[in-house]
Design a protein around this ligand. Structure first.
Ligand SMILES: [Zn+2]
Length: 437
């Protein structure tokens, strides 16, 4: 029998497919076009397939590309502009006035490109954005070669981008129409939060989500104040209000979900909704620590997000995986809560499932898109290596990521980004720093 030809064979020391669970040693992963063809023992792969190119990674573990399920891409340009400030003052004095003055398509393109460059170098191959000018963000992701779901932001108050909730919706839906043929770009509905979006707008969002088959993502129960104000204004907790408006369902993502009662958790579980846990942002803004172990026990799918770079300040899922595992142990008083494999699942297949992309990405399986990251575990700080999954979550950092592919295309090689020039990024960051400071 003649050997079949594939475009690419990757031969790492280990592969963690995430699904099925477990670890493969001395296996090859074969790619043709944008798809994974097979995962096989190296000897069998070499006998059955002829590869146009082979990448040998003898000190590396290959994992699915990480999925950042909540960020505000363009806010990368606000990184470090106002740290160590209480949440309300941070928003009212530092972020909102600058957004009003500076945010436009050029800002969003430059900020999103900077964010994409950072994330790809850290092994993140897909993100969910929530910001203004999604068309500019989509152009940046396309240039970087990154997969993304662009949230159609909805707010009641006017910005330079849109005058009212209907204008936000229509402008976002027009951007979605314009990008329908782009395979790496998807859209979701992203009402900012229950306290900034009216009942009538949530009604329209539910209608469009059903008609167009789109996921819905909103900030929810992030702070104690948000819950208290909702009780004052609406006589009900934010999640209960959304449930009354038919917002939660299997396509719904609650971002943060820090202040959750047992009833709140049961409600999300009953609707098959998802939580996007953003531990660094919750710590930095003193919002609290989410009950992740209880959510998982209730059967809720939990994904990970970095939130924006202004409240993190890293777009780094290695950091979020480690924090998610450590915080869950402390919060639940149980050192076995959120083991390493669970944290990795949250950063990969958990994120894919939340975004409605579990059939496409999030695990290394034949037929899925070839979104992958290779992590070099040979540095002294990663030795010895008894368990590569533990090492990934508790030891390794994004700086150990050596190679990244999105839909079969190499975008990072030996730690270097292939799609965007560093000097150009630095010059745009400097430009905006001078204007924003
Ligand atoms: Zn956010």
């Amino acid at each position: 029998m003649d050997a079949a030809t594939v475009d690419l064979a990757i031969e790492p020391r280990w592969i963690v497919p995430v699904q099925p669970a477990g670890l493969l040693a001395d296996h090859a992963l074969l790619v043709t076009g944008d798809r994974i063809v097979a995962l096989l023992p190296v000897a069998e792969a070499r006998a059955r397939f002829r590869a146009r190119s082979t990448v040998a990674l003898p000190r590396h573990v290959l994992v699915p590309g990480l999925v950042n399920a909540h960020t505000h891409l363009a806010m990368a340009l606000f990184r470090g502009i106002a740290d160590d400030v209480p949440l309300q003052a941070w928003l009212e004095r530092h972020i909102w006035p600058r957004e009003a003055r500076h945010v436009g398509p050029e800002f969003v393109f430059d900020g999103s490109l900077l964010a994409a460059a950072e994330m790809l170098r850290g092994g993140i191959t897909c993100c969910q954005d929530m910001y203004f000018y999604p068309d500019a963000a989509a152009r940046a992701l396309r240039q970087a070669g990154m997969r993304g779901v662009l949230g159609i932001a909805v707010l009641e108050f006017a910005t330079a981008y849109a005058a009212d909730a209907d204008a936000y919706l229509q402008t976002g839906l027009a951007a979605r129409d314009a990008w329908r043929q782009e395979p790496l770009i998807g859209f979701s509905l992203a009402p900012h939060a229950p306290y900034t979006v009216a009942d009538a707008s949530f009604g329209k969002i539910v209608m469009y989500a059903e008609q167009l088959g789109l996921p819905v993502q909103t900030h929810l129960h992030e702070t104690e104040r948000e819950v208290a104000e909702s009780l004052d204004r609406f006589g009900t907790r934010p999640l209960a209000r959304l449930a009354g408006l038919a917002v939660p369902g299997p396509n719904f993502m609650a971002v943060h979900a820090v202040h959750m009662t047992d009833d709140d958790i049961a409600t999300l579980a009953r609707y098959g909704s998802h939580v996007v846990h953003c531990p660094s942002s919750n710590l930095k803004l003193a919002s609290g620590v989410a009950r992740v172990a209880d959510m998982l026990r209730a059967g809720i799918n939990v994904a990970l997000g970095t939130d924006g770079a202004a409240s993190n300040n890293r777009l780094d899922l290695f950091e979020e995986m480690r924090l998610a595992a450590l915080l869950a142990k402390t919060r639940s008083g149980d050192a076995s809560a959120v083991p390493a494999a669970t944290a990795l699942h949250m950063a990969t297949l958990g994120g894919a499932a939340a975004l409605g992309l579990a059939g496409e990405i999030g695990s290394l399986e034949a037929g899925k898109a070839a979104d992958m990251a290779a992590v070099d575990l040979s540095a002294p700080e990663n030795l010895p290596c008894y368990d590569p999954v533990s090492q990934l979550v508790y030891c390794a950092s994004r700086h150990d990521v050596s190679h990244v592919w999105v839909a079969g295309r190499p975008v990072v090689e030996d730690g270097a980004l292939l799609t965007v020039e560093r000097a150009a990024l630095a010059s745009r960051a400097r430009h905006w720093q001078e204007r924003l400071a």
